[in-house]
Design a binder for this molecule. Structure first.
Ligand code: DGJ
Length: 757
């Protein structure tokens, strides 16, 4: 018996089975709707997420946490207490709107807390009241038009429609869960179902409402060469904001926010995390309300965002990933790592060993020619390095960073015989060849700028501000996107190029376009991001075997959005082994190690001048896609002799690093003495522990290191001695102090039998 529930705009939301009280997709459903109680329930492997409809129209957040059997938890919406629901006490509707745990909060009509959506209508007025209009549950997950998003099999999606008939706005909230993953994916699509254009002034992607639990907030922040340091702070009142308005996810902040219980460590406590699958401007905000509850929101930054939505048009906001962990930060990290490895990265390199590369940036900067590169390649090949990457400076007349961006023509004075000759020579040595581009930029000193100065982002009548003497191309213009694509693809077709480093070295400012109408200038930053995604999509579609590495002045665009296109991202321009401990710890908190670009560079370190042992630099670089960034023709004999051993270590640990589970054991950021993390194979039969003693302490006893993630009853061998998993995890290992600062070692753990008996 199917019943039709007519709503004015109903298309797909019309069928509701009246026989069963529960409605779900698939046989082993992870999503259900309980009609009697009007509750939606979504289950992942260990978590449950619940929403309910109150007063027949308001969608409220009920629960996110440890997995629960279905039960009517609608009392959590507190509709039986003052101010009740509007149908019971209409005189206090405003108080209701300002205290109800709204699943997707709207503003202008009475909820004074942080909202997720704002529009301006033809009267120039704002204000929405989004009410439940229907839902559907289906197997699979629809693509997000033009945007990176989690994908894959074994997935179900719940789509809930909210409508404001007066404003002519429908919002579709999507929630997807995967059988093999503990995260929840959310996205939002806004449709103009009215007859007039409206202006979207804010469309965030997710909100999470939580009761008063005195959470602390964890975020990642930093600066150039100091990206993604972990920060933790209480939130007693007011708001905590982490954001970017720089047109990129940025060095300074990261599109991530977590609320954690005060007892939260790596192994225990509650974590509620939100991570944004987007590479541009973002806002992540946690707000403590007057009732002590916490509202967390995440989405495209509303500053200078304004999207004109014509009648019948829709706007797709990017995806947010939500993770709840009942076992501390470690479980959150492993959930995100598995999600990104299995359901976000698409490159064929995802499960393959990456070639050990040598990049000439810190070796030569702009001062190189074919002869120099071939000499580097020869000596590298002899040591076992597998790919030469030619960085900045090979095109136009670029002898420094003052010119030529946009003129993607090989400089034959530097590279006589052209690119093909160089690449062939490198290939003859048995090495692959990779190349650097900075496609989104234009130098005022370039042929392109001479011809098309209007292609640079600029505000009318104002000279745009330069950064590193460069301007940003207006990617909202399709002809600019085509020009960039043709420039890159022509180069890639001209020789056997197997790797591209896609760089982006300045923030966006002077955000204006000659090609957009005055009332669409607020769309530019998001249109820019969509164009970057379109360009990278075209690139990997035409060159499916290309290994693409994203980069942005180091790690200013290290975000989940980029991982959809490139399996690895350059982590930071700071290659100092000790600085990298903190940068990589913050990056590992969210990202699998196989995505983290990490290289051994020369000393004194070019970014900070520190001298560390070559061996320690090698061990630190193992925490990612291993490579070198130094002049191999100039390093000492002793260091050169260590290279083959480092490459062998990388090859040995690469499968573990690519596929294993990550456990953080100690943090140099916290203890100021040493750093330690462990990778355990999924079957728990082997592990590698990466230990860096940053400060040598005289007169100190050996250090106890407690491992994690092993099988309690299995027997493991470490340094020729046998231990049970339980002994290694609960009693720990003892490590001799190493002599001197900045010493490092890798401890290998192998299972020798299943059980103690
Ligand atoms: C910034 C990158 O992070 C560096 O690795 C290098 O490619 C330079 N740009 C080149 O200009």
């Amino acid at each position: 018996l199917m019943k039709i529930y007519p709503t004015q705009y109903n298309q797909i939301f019309i069928l509701r089975c009246t026989r069963t009280q529960k409605e779900s997709a698939g046989t082993n459903s992870m999503i259900s709707y309980h009609q009697e109680t009007k509750i939606f329930k979504l289950d992942t492997q260990t978590t449950t997420y619940m929403m309910g409809i109150a007063d027949n129209k308001y969608l409220g957040h009920i629960y996110y946490g440890k997995k629960l059997e279905y039960q009517d938890l609608s009392y959590m919406l507190r509709t039986q207490e003052h101010p009740f629901v509007p149908s019971k006490l209409s005189r206090e509707k405003l108080s209701f709107l300002d205290s109800f745990p709204m699943e997707y909060p709207f503003s202008g009509t009475g909820d004074f807390r942080e909202s997720c959506i704002d529009i301006r209508d033809k009267n120039g007025q704002s204000g929405l009241e989004l009410l439940y209009a229907g839902h559907r549950i289906y197997d699979g997950k629809d693509k997000l038009q033009g945007l990176p998003a989690v994908w894959g099999e074994g997935c179900q999606t719940l789509e809930i429609a909210l409508e404001d008939v007066c404003a002519g706005i429908r919002v579709r909230l999507s929630y997807s869960v995967f059988e093999d993953c503990d995260a929840l994916m959310r996205s939002v699509k806004v449709e103009n179902i009215g007859t007039d254009a409206v202006y979207l002034e804010r469309v965030l992607s997710a909100c999470l409402e939580m009761d008063d639990e005195d959470f602390e907030i964890i975020s990642l922040s930093g600066a150039w060469a100091r990206e993604r340091h972990i920060k933790r702070q209480p939130l007693l009142s007011g708001s905590f904001v982490t954001e970017s308005v720089r047109g990129e996810s940025s060095h300074q902040d990261h599109p991530f926010l977590a609320a954690v219980s005060q007892n939260c460590t790596q192994t225990c406590g509650d974590v509620y995390a939100m991570h944004f699958v987007y590479s541009g401007n973002f806002l992540a905000k946690a707000q403590r309300t007057q009732f002590g509850s916490l509202r967390m929101v995440l989405g495209i930054h509303p500053d200078r965002f304004c999207w004109k939505l014509g009648a019948g048009e829709s706007f797709q906001a990017p995806e947010a990933v939500l993770v709840y962990s009942d076992a501390g930060l470690g479980k959150m990290s492993r959930t995100l790592h598995d999600l990104y490895r299995n359901h976000l990265i698409r490159s064929s390199y995802k499960d393959k060993e990456r070639p050990v590369l040598i990049n000439n940036w810190e070796a030569t900067y702009f001062d190189f020619d074919t002869e120099k590169l071939i000499e580097i390649a020869k000596q590298s090949a002899a040591l076992g390095i597998e790919m030469l990457v030619m960085d900045d400076g090979w095109f136009g007349h670029r002898e420094n960073d003052d010119s030529s961006l946009g003129d993607w023509i090989v400089n034959e004075e530097k590279l006589p015989g052209g690119l093909k000759y160089l690449v062939d020579e490198v290939n003859k040595l048995g090495m692959k060849f990779g190349i650097w581009f900075e496609p989104e930029m234009i130098s005022p000193d370039s042929k392109l700028y001479e011809e098309r100065p209007d292609w640079a982002l600029h505000l009318k009548g104002r000279a745009p501000s330069r950064a590193r003497e460069q301007l940003v191309l207006d990617l909202s213009r399709p002809e600019v996107v085509d020009y960039i694509y043709d420039s890159i693809s022509n180069i890639l077709r001209s020789a056997n190029i197997e790797y591209v480093k896609w760089d982006m070295n300045r923030a966006l400012a002077d955000i204006g376009s000659d090609a957009l109408a005055p009332d669409q200038q607020g769309e530019l930053s998001h249109r820019y991001m969509l164009a970057v995604y379109e360009l990278q999509e075209r690139l990997i579609t035409e060159f499916p075997d290309l290994l693409l590495e994203n980069c942005s002045s180091g790690g200013a665009r290290f975000d989940p959005g980029m991982l959809y296109y490139s399996p690895q991202i350059w982590c930071s321009d700071d290659t100092d082994a000790i600085e990298r401990l903190m940068i990589q710890e913050g990056t590992q908190l969210l990202y699998p190690m196989s995505t983290i670009g990490a290289h051994v560079s020369d000393c004194p370190n070019h970014a900070i001048g520190r001298v560390t042992p070559f061996e320690t630099r090698g061990i630190t670089a193992l925490a990612g896609t291993f490579g070198y960034e130094l002049d191999i023709t100039k390093i000492s004999e002793q260091e050169r002799n260590m290279v083959p051993g480092q490459i062998a270590a990388y090859k040995k640990y690469a499968p573990l690093i690519r596929e294993g589970d990550y456990y953080r054991i100690a943090s140099y950021r916290e203890n100021h003495k040493y750093d330690c993390y462990e990778i355990v194979s999924k079957d728990r039969s082997q592990a590698a522990v990466f230990f860096v003693q940053v400060m040598h302490e005289p007169s100190a006893k050996s250090r106890k290191v407690k491992l994690q993630g092993l099988s309690e009853h299995a027997v493991y061998e470490v340094d020729g001695r046998q231990y049970t998993g339980a002994a290694l995890m609960y009693a720990g290992l003892l490590r001799e102090r190493m002599y001197g600062d900045f010493q490092a070692e890798v401890i290998e753990v192998h299972q020798v039998s299943d059980r103690t008996e």
